[in-house]
Design a protein around this ligand. Structure first.
Ligand code: AN0
Ligand code: CP
Length: 314
C-alpha cells in the first residue's frame, strides 16, 4: 500500500479486514518489521482513540512514534502557492511536509474541515498538501471528508459480531449541539458499500451525504422504518453537506433510545466515539450488553496495524 487516504488506496478491502483480524489474533508476529522506522503523527485537532491506538499499532510493529499537536505546538501553515506570507501563516506546506519527511518514514495527519468553505474542505487541502510535498507515505487519521481507519475498525467489528451472513447495517443520523464533520459518515458509507452487507442510511431531509460517497445507497427518511430488521445500528451526527456546515435539526426524536432499539432485530449499537450521552444515544443503550463501542475502539489498533504493516511491506 502506497498511502492510506481512503478505501480507494486499498487493493482488496476484504483481505485487509481478514489481515487485521489475523493481526488481532497474533499482534506481535511482525514486531521486527518496523525496526528503526518512525511514524510521525500530526494532529491539527483533538483525538483520544486515534492518537493512542495508532501509537499502539506502531509499537506492536516495532516502530517508534513522534506526535506533534500542530494546532498548539506547530507553526501556522500556508497552503497557497505563490502567496506573500506577510499575514498570520508562518511556514509553507512545501517546507513543512518535506522536513517532516526527513524525520519520519510514514506521516499520519488528522485535520478536520472548516465546515465553512465546502469547496476547500472537499478538496482536502491539508492532507493533499502533505501528500503532494512529503516524500514518504501519508496516512489519514481523519481528514476533512473521510475517516478510513475508523471505517476499517467498524467493518472488523461487524464481521466479529454478525450473526447472519448478510446483516442489515443502518447508519443513523442523531442530534448533536455542535456542527460536526461528515467524515465518519462519508467513510462508513464508502466502506460498507464494499462490504457484503445490506446498508441503509437514515437521516432527516437536508442531511444527504455527498456524491460520490452516497451514490447507490438506500436512504430511508423514516428512522423507525429504517430500524426494522436491523442487525447493527451505527449512530453518528453530521452537519449538513447541502446547506454546508449547518445544523438543520436538533430533534431529540432521533436520539437512539431503548424504544428505538426495540424496533430492530435485537441490533448491536455502534458509534465511533466520542459520544454525547443522552443527546446522541441514551445511557441505557450504551450501557447494555449489545453496545459495541468499546470493541470498535479496541479494533482501531488492528485497523491501524494492518495499514501500517501493508505500507511497511510495500
Ligand atoms: C469528530 C467527528 O465527528 O468527525 C471526531 C470523531 C472521531 N467528533 C467530534 O468532534 C465530537
Ligand atoms: N473515533 C475517533 O477517531 O476518536 P478520536 O477522535 O478520539 O481519535
Amino acid at each position: 500500500m502506497k498511502q492510506f487516504l481512503s478505501i480507494n488506496d486499498v487493493p482488496d478491502p476484504v483481505s485487509l479486514v481478514k489481515e487485521a483480524m489475523a493481526i488481532k489474533a497474533n499482534p506481535y508476529a511482525a514486531s521486527h518489521l518496523g525496526k528503526n522506522k518512525t511514524l510521525g503523527l500530526l494532529f491539527f485537532n483533538a483525538s483520544l482513540r486515534t492518537r493512542m491506538s495508532t501509537q499502539r499499532a506502531a509499537q506492536n510493529l516495532g516502530m517508534h512514534t513522534m506526535v506533534l499537536n500542530m494546532d498548539k505546538d506547530g507553526w501556522q501553515l500556508e497552503f497557497e502557492d505563490g502567496s506573500v506570507m506577510n499575514n498570520s501563516s508562518q511556514e509553507h506546506i512545501r517546507e513543512a511536509a518535506a522536513v517532516v519527511s526527513q524525520y519520519c518514514d510514514i506521516i499520519g495527519i488528522r485535520t478536520f474541515p472548516s465546515l465553512v468553505n465546502r469547496e476547500q474542505d472537499y478538496s482536502e487541502r491539508v492532507i493533499n498538501g502533505f501528500v503532494n510535498h512529503a516524500s514518504v507515505p501519508v496516512v489519514s487519521l481523519e481528514s476533512a471528508t473521510l475517516h478510513p481507519l475508523q471505517s476499517l475498525a467498524d467493518w472488523i467489528t461487524v464481521e466479529e459480531h454478525k450473526k447472519t451472513i448478510r446483516p442489515k447495517v443502518v447508519l443513523s443520523w442523531a442530534p448533536h449541539p455542535k456542527a460536526l464533520p461528515q467524515a465518519v459518515a462519508n467513510s462508513f458509507v464508502q466502506w460498507m458499500k464494499a462490504a457484503p452487507y445490506e446498508l441503509v442510511v437514515t437521516h432527516p431531509k437536508g442531511y444527504e451525504l455527498a456524491e460520490p460517497f452516497s451514490n447507490g445507497v438506500t436512504v430511508e427518511y423514516d428512522q423507525n422504518k429504517a430500524f426494522e430488521k436491523a442487525d447493527f445500528i451505527y449512530a453518528k451526527n453530521w452537519s449538513s453537506y447541502t446547506d454546508y456546515g449547518k445544523i438543520l435539526s436538533e430533534d431529540s426524536a432521533w436520539t437512539i433510545t431503548e424504544e428505538k432499539m426495540a424496533l430492530t432485530n435485537n441490533a448491536a449499537f455502534m458509534h465511533c466515539l466520542p459520544v454525547r450521552r443522552n443527546v446522541v444515544v441514551a445511557d441505557s443503550v450504551l450501557d447494555k450488553g449489545n453496545s459495541l463501542v468499546i470493541q470498535q475502539a479496541e479494533n482501531r489498533i488492528f485497523s491501524a496495524q494492518a495499514v501500517l504493516k501493508a505500507i511497511l511491506e510495500r
